[in-house]
Design a protein around this ligand. Structure first.
Ligand code: SAH
Length: 254
């Protein structure tokens, strides 16, 4: 008996951001797995079992979902945003790589979603309008020294930087430390965007400069975009500012 496993991106929050493909996969599933608050976003359906777990239990969740799919069940594993961005798609691949051969025979599909950095960027203009990179500030799965090296490289190379997982109760100092690190390479006036809970009722967007960014309130629901030397803020009367990174670059950064 061969089941199916769909790894589904829910988008940043509001159901407007759920793709039709994702909605269809959720409707088809017999069993749903995911971090509790993400599963709560999926409307209940008769006959569907739900298996919420803690956000630190990704490997165990992936294994449990694969185990159930191998028994012939149609399973969906949900992630906020896109499942391939710091989320469940890699956890599922890791389990398939290391797990029993039978898991390689399963029908596994990955259904994309709108990731937080794109939702935040769209609220404010085009801060990711030219070359950019994404970095998770969580040092749960990698050493802090590696994060610092990547921050240095990204800033020196002139990328706009989307920072996921900027801060949490267990990681209180990392964000301020990352800002300090970036100050070595970027002017104090570099625009920095804080997008909190985008696509949800308590959404909040703020624009500040790198020199004051460490004082800005951020939490686990915040995505931070650090601009480049070229990133501009366009003030508008009676409207929120536009922030954009122009497509033409004049400077070659050594
Ligand atoms: N797979 C998710 C990211 C998971 S990592 C995605 O593609 O969006 C979790 C981090 O994503 C959070 O710490 C935060 O930095 C960011 N994030 C997720 N949802 C968000 C939202 N609605 N608004 C702002 N940031 C969000």
């Amino acid at each position: 008996m061969s089941g199916r496993l769909a790894v589904v991106g829910l988008g940043p929050g509001d159901e407007r951001y759920l793709t039709l493909e994702a909605a269809a996969a959720l409707a088809d599933a017999q069993a749903l797995y995911g971090y509790g608050p993400y599963l709560d976003r999926v409307p209940a359906r008769a006959g569907q079992s739900r298996h919420p777990s803690d956000n630190r239990e990704e490997a165990a969740r992936a294994a449990a979902a694969l185990h159930q799919a191998a028994q012939g069940v149609n399973v969906a594993v949900v992630s906020g945003g896109d499942p391939g961005v710091f989320a469940m798609a890699a956890a599922i691949c890791e389990q398939i790589a290391d797990g029993p051969d039978s898991w390689r025979e399963l029908d596994v599909v990955f259904i994309p979603g709108i990731t937080a950095m794109l939702a935040v960027a769209a609220r404010i203009g085009a801060p990711l309008g030219h070359d950019f990179c994404a970095l998770s500030l969580s040092d749960n799965l990698k050493p802090w020294a590696l994060i610092e090296r990547r921050l240095d490289a990204a800033a020196q190379a002139g990328f706009a930087i989307a920072l996921y997982n900027p801060i949490s109760r267990a990681r209180p100092w990392q964000f301020a430390s990352a800002v300090k690190r970036l100050r070595r390479h970027l002017p104090p006036t570099t625009p920095v965007i804080f997008g909190r809970a985008v696509g949800r009722p308590d959404e909040c967007i703020a624009v500040t400069a790198l020199e004051t960014a460490a004082n800005e309130p951020a939490d686990m629901a915040t995505l931070v975009v650090v601009g480049t030397r070229e990133t501009r803020v366009v003030e508008r009367p009676g409207r929120s500012p536009l922030v954009y990174t122009p497509r033409a670059m004049s400077e070659v950064i050594a």
